[in-house]
Design a protein around this ligand. Structure first.
Ligand code: ATP
Length: 232
């Protein structure tokens, strides 16, 4: 479904990702893990059309590496950025409506919103509240929900556990596992234990390059991963 080949990403003249290649098949959860500043977010942003980059990014056989970010939603790619970025002065419902702006999603907007409210009952209870008054975990659910209302087939999720209470992290990962039945997911996550537990495949990024790759299980058993990222 997604094939990234020899990706090189830049911020201005500064290169931060080197020769990254990976595949994501339909129905998979692929986790990208690594330390702070390793380049995980940048890789996701490149797929979402938000960086300068070289190399090839193919989605369902079509080269998308040169497309602007706003075209991605129409193709069925949703990017949920790190740090949630919901609209604080808008209600939960208004935020969800913003997600279904693209032509494809607009006609099914009310159905998609109802579906998101079923997936996240906490959002249903708070549907009329301002997003700025939600807890961090609820805002993260809203950010994911907003991504889902664009009716994606590929969800790019950046650090959904960042700054969130552990009990809510568990809830969010349980939801990701549910979503996986219908949507293909690329997950960038520092919470390595969770990220590998739900991953079909994983990639360890170190200094902007892929250092190790394997199935979720293989990476969980890898000595370097255990020592460097799982604290075992
Ligand atoms: P984190 O988990 O901390 O977000 P990460 O693995 O996702 O880490 P990136 O955010 O992709 O790492 O950052 C990779 C490198 O690019 C880092 O050295 C970072 O300082 C640099 N970088 C990130 N964003 C920018 C930017 N907008 N301009 C310049 N350099 C940046």
């Amino acid at each position: 479904m997604l094939k990234v080949s020899n990706l090189e990403s830049f911020y201005g003249a500064v290169q931060v990702v080197w020769d990254v290649s990976f595949d994501v098949n339909q129905g998979e959860v692929v986790s990208i893990i690594g330390a702070n500043g390793a380049g995980k977010t940048t890789i996701l942003k490149s797929v979402a059309g938000l960086t300068d980059h070289k190399g090839s990014i193919r989605f369902n056989g079509r080269e998308i590496g040169n497309l602007p970010a706003h075209k991605m939603a129409e193709l069925g790619i949703a990017y949920v950025p790190e740090g949630r970025k919901v609209f604080p002065q808008m209600t939960v419902l208004e935020n969800l409506r913003m997600g279904s702006f693209n032509k494809r999603a607009r006609t099914e907007r009310e159905e998609s919103i109802a579906n998101v409210l079923d997936i996240f009952p906490r959002l249903k209870e708070r549907a009329q509240q301002y997003a700025g008054n939600l807890s961090g975990g609820e805002q993260q659910m809203l950010a994911i929900g907003r991504g889902l209302t664009s009716r994606p087939s590929l969800l790019l999720l950046d650090e959904p556990s960042l700054g969130i209470a552990p009990i809510i992290v568990d809830e969010i990962f349980a939801t990701i596992q549910q979503l996986k039945k219908e949507i293909t997911i690329v997950l960038v996550e520092q919470h390595v234990h969770h990220a590998l537990a739900i991953a079909d495949k994983g990639y360890v990024i170190e200094h902007g390059k892929i250092a190790i790759s394997g199935t979720g299980k293989e990476l969980q058993a890898n000595e370097h991963v255990k020592k460097a990222y799982l604290g075992i």
